[in-house]
Write a protein that binds this ligand. Structure first.
Ligand code: ADP
Ligand code: UDP
Ligand code: MG
Length: 237
């Protein structure tokens, strides 16, 4: 996808694009570092993709913010993207609202289209995808449409009672942070999310993190995983 996009972008000169002064265009220019060879063919780097998985309330969003700021990743939360889409009164808004309220999983085509747009807009090539894929169907569709597998999967393991306590204390006015929907989300997590974790575990790319303790204690465990990737990734810190 990024490769296709790089080709498209190169057909207009970067200077001309800059002169448009469109913030979206500027963001897109900054996304890709082009390396035009002698034949003028552009190549761009494939992003390093990390899926961040875990039950509802396990601390994915909290830890992703810390990973993003410490190690220079772009943080894409699938749930946030869906909530934004829901609030934008788009044609899928009502469907998304109903699915989230029921604790179910939004059709892959919708979620992947939002993720794809965000990857294209990301200003760096290290990407955290928070809370996706949530089912084997999501995973297979992502790998087919986007054409890549993740480089790394972080899985936050947290006892149910702790997740419930955290969600009930979250206070973000979410339509799914109530006991009735939480019960449904926990079942979806066990039945549909866990097979994704198992799939990637069999590929040896899952780092399981014990997600109890303070935010800083958990981040220390996470930090060690990313620190060990430093040579591969040119990570900050
Ligand atoms: N280690 C922790 N201990 C206590 N509360 C936490 C911890 N990590 C996150 N929280 C809080 O729990 C709630 C759920 O965390 P969040 O990061 O939104 O989880 P998720 O994205 O997995 O649903 C938030 O209110 C957050 O501030
Ligand atoms: O890829 C995704 C991510 C989220 N959701 C829906 O959005 C809700 C909230 O997701 P989020 O990741 O924000 O919740 P969290 O696990 O962080 O509490 C989920 O329960 C699903 O209904 C979805 O359908 N597909
Ligand atoms: Mg979250």
């Amino acid at each position: 996808m990024w490769r296709r996009f790089a080709h498209l972008s190169l057909s207009i000169s970067r200077t001309k694009l800059r002169s448009l002064q469109d913030p979206t265009v500027l963001k897109l220019i900054n996304t890709f570092s082009f390396d035009a060879g002698n034949d003028g063919v552009a190549s761009s780097k494939k992003p390093f993709i990390t899926f961040v998985l875990g039950g509802p309330g396990s601390g994915k969003g909290t830890q992703c913010e810390k990973i993003a700021s410490t190690f220079g990743f772009a943080h894409l939360s699938a749930g946030e993207l869906l909530r934004e889409e829901m609030s934008s009164h788009s044609e899928n808004g009502e469907l998304i609202r109903n699915v989230i309220k029921e604790g179910k999983i939004v059709p892959s085509a919708i979620t992947i289209s939002l993720i794809k747009k965000s990857i294209n807009l990301a200003t760096c090539d290290k990407i955290l995808i928070d809370g996706f894929p949530r089912s084997e169907e999501n995973r297979i569709a992502f790998e087919k449409i986007i054409g890549v597998e993740p480089d790394l999967v972080i899985f936050f393991e947290c006892p149910e009672e702790e997740m419930v306590k955290r969600i009930l204390g979250r206070n973000q006015g979410r339509i799914d942070d109530n006991m009735e929907t939480i019960r449904k989300r926990l079942k979806v997590f066990e039945d549909l999310n866990m097979p994704v974790v198992e799939h990637y575990s069999s590929k040896g790319i899952v780092h399981k993190i014990t997600a109890t303790g303070t935010v800083d204690e958990i981040f220390e465990r996470v930090r060690q995983v990313f620190a060990s990737l430093r040579p591969k990734l040119c990570l900050e810190h």
